[in-house]
Structures are given as structure tokens and as C-alpha cells.
Design a protein around this ligand. Structure first.
Ligand SMILES: [Zn+2]
Length: 54
């Protein structure tokens, strides 16, 4: 497992410190992935539901 205390790929926040968009379900998160994006995928967050990340 790749885990870091902060700033990792599974963080709730972007690199600039802004909170990531949260989705209630995995499907909602998948719908929000831009077609131009590569490697972006939803991951579960115990606090917010789902976020998108690489
Ligand atoms: Zn979160």
C-alpha cells in the first residue's frame, strides 16, 4: 500500500489545499470524470463518500 500521512493520492484535498469534490456514489464520481482525463478514477473516502484521483 502506498500511504502517506498527507498529500497522498487518497487525500481529501488537492495539492493546493482546496477540498476535492465529493460524490455520494461511485457512479456519480465516474460520471464526473472528464473524457479528456487519463487515469482518473474514483476512490472511496470514509468521510465524504467518493473522490476522484489518479
Ligand atoms: Zn474525503
Amino acid at each position: 500500500m502506498k500511504e502517506r500521512k498527507s498529500g497522498g493520492p487518497r487525500s481529501c484535498y488537492k495539492k493546493n489545499g482546496a477540498p476535492k469534490t465529493a460524490f455520494k456514489t461511485r457512479k456519480e464520481a465516474e460520471k464526473a470524470i472528464p473524457r479528456t482525463s487519463t487515469g482518473l478514477r474514483p476512490y472511496e473516502c470514509p468521510v465524504h463518500g467518493w473522490h476522484l484521483g489518479h
